[in-house]
Ligand binder design. Structure first.
Ligand SMILES: Cc1cc2nc3c(=O)[nH]c(=O)nc-3n(C[C@H](O)[C@H](O)[C@H](O)COP(=O)(O)O)c2cc1C
Length: 205
């Protein structure tokens, strides 16, 4: 078994309750297989977003994607924080995510971020089904990215995402990130975020 395959197995969530296998196996790697995402798979990923729910079916999500080797890819890397630059360059594909700020009636769309998130959730599960990993990144200079890519002011850039098939070489990472890559994934227990009847952690679940 190769090291990345071993990591995939060990990164399976030690969930308290049984959940869909794809959700258990998903994680955010910093290494990826050296293989271009096929056009078919890319369309399937965006199709998963397309059929996600959104407030008033306004579908405010927008994406700008670039393949490794392109000028646009280099520009996205340039906009990442230094800590993300170190590993994101391992991904064959990078995406900038954005949402349209206003509703069709010209009012602030207070649910646009929710809609982008639920669309990305759908994309993440579809990706997992196809053996594709997604590592979301808030660490980017979104204002600079907006300027460099001439993205109109009525859209807000939210994250960048590194995408690629699971795999790759641990040696592509500096020692510290290698350790992070194989460390156990942690979560807060349900009673810290799901409250029954009244807000608080004591008498719940
Ligand atoms: C909106 C968002 C922003 C994130 N930003 C970063 C980031 O800038 N750099 C990074 O290395 N990971 C980033 N992550 C990944 C999280 O750190 C990761 O999902 C979390 O630690 C849980 O690990 P897991 O996805 O492997 O289960 C981000 C995730 C999300 C959803």
């Amino acid at each position: 078994m190769t090291a990345p395959e071993q990591i995939q197995l060990e990164n399976i969530a030690d969930s308290d309750y049984e959940i869909f296998a794809l959700l258990k196996q998903r994680y955010s790697p910093r290494i990826f297989k050296d293989k271009k995402i096929t056009e078919q798979h890319l369309h399937q990923l965006f199709e998963a977003v397309r059929w996600a729910p959104s407030s008033n079916n306004q579908q405010p999500w927008r994406f700008l994607y670039a393949e490794k080797g392109s000028e646009a890819y280099r520009k996205i890397i340039d906009n990442l924080t230094d800590s993300n630059k170190i590993w994101a360059k391992n991904a064959p594909l990078l995406i900038l995510t954005a949402y349209k700020k206003e509703t069709e009636k010209g009012k602030e769309n207070l649910h646009a971020l929710h809609d982008l998130g639920i669309g990305l959730g759908a994309m993440t599960v579809q990706a997992q089904y196809m053996g594709i990993a997604m590592h979301h990144m808030a660490g980017l200079d979104y204002k600079k990215a907006q300027h460099i890519f001439n993205i109109p002011e009525d859209f807000h850039i939210v994250t960048a995402i590194a995408l690629g098939y699971y795999g790759g070489e641990l040696d592509d990472l500096p020692q510290k990130l290698q350790e992070k890559e194989i460390s156990e994934r942690q979560r807060m227990p349900q009673n810290q975020f799901a409250f029954k009847n009244s807000w608080g952690t004591d008498q719940n679940i």
